[in-house]
Design a protein around this ligand. Structure first.
Ligand code: NI
Length: 139
């Protein structure tokens, strides 16, 4: 039988606080660029995170991957350490706490642990109007 690949997406929620400040901009430029998102007191988001894996359908189980196993990995490396936290503190190694940077951090945390299937994409909805997708470096 041909090797048919199927994408499987799991959805998670993560609530966290952050504020935006670029070390490459002056106080004035930061204010202009980020407005109220730059207030040091911070603000919260209920991030919706979608993790998509891609792989062949297992002939025995008829599934792409063990969903419980995937959940365990996402919880251990992303949700548990970051849920209800301040991202500026937890991810202080990131120069700017935009979702563009955050989504890459999620990928980096998951990639080494998802070994049974291919990590295809990470998506993050920051608000109802802002959504981000990441397919790994080089895509
Ligand atoms: Ni924000």
């Amino acid at each position: 039988m041909e090797n048919r690949q199927v994408n499987l997406t799991r959805v998670y929620q993560l609530s966290a606080a952050h504020y935006l400040k670029s070390p490459f901009l002056s106080e004035e430029e930061n204010k202009k660029t980020y407005g109220k998102c730059g207030q040091v007191a911070g603000h919260g988001h209920n991030y919706i995170i979608r993790v998509t894996v891609k792989g062949p359908i297992d002939a025995v189980t008829g599934m792409v991957t063990d969903v419980a196993e995937l959940d365990k990995i996402v919880r251990k490396y992303v949700i548990d350490p970051l849920d209800h936290r301040n991202l500026n503190i937890e991810l202080s190694h990131l120069s700017i706490l935009t979702t563009e940077m955050f989504i890459q951090e999620i990928w980096k945390r998951l990639k080494p642990h998802i070994t049974q299937v291919e990590l295809y994409s990470v998506e993050v909805d920051e608000t109802r109007k802002n959504g981000f997708q990441y397919f790994g470096a080089g895509h």
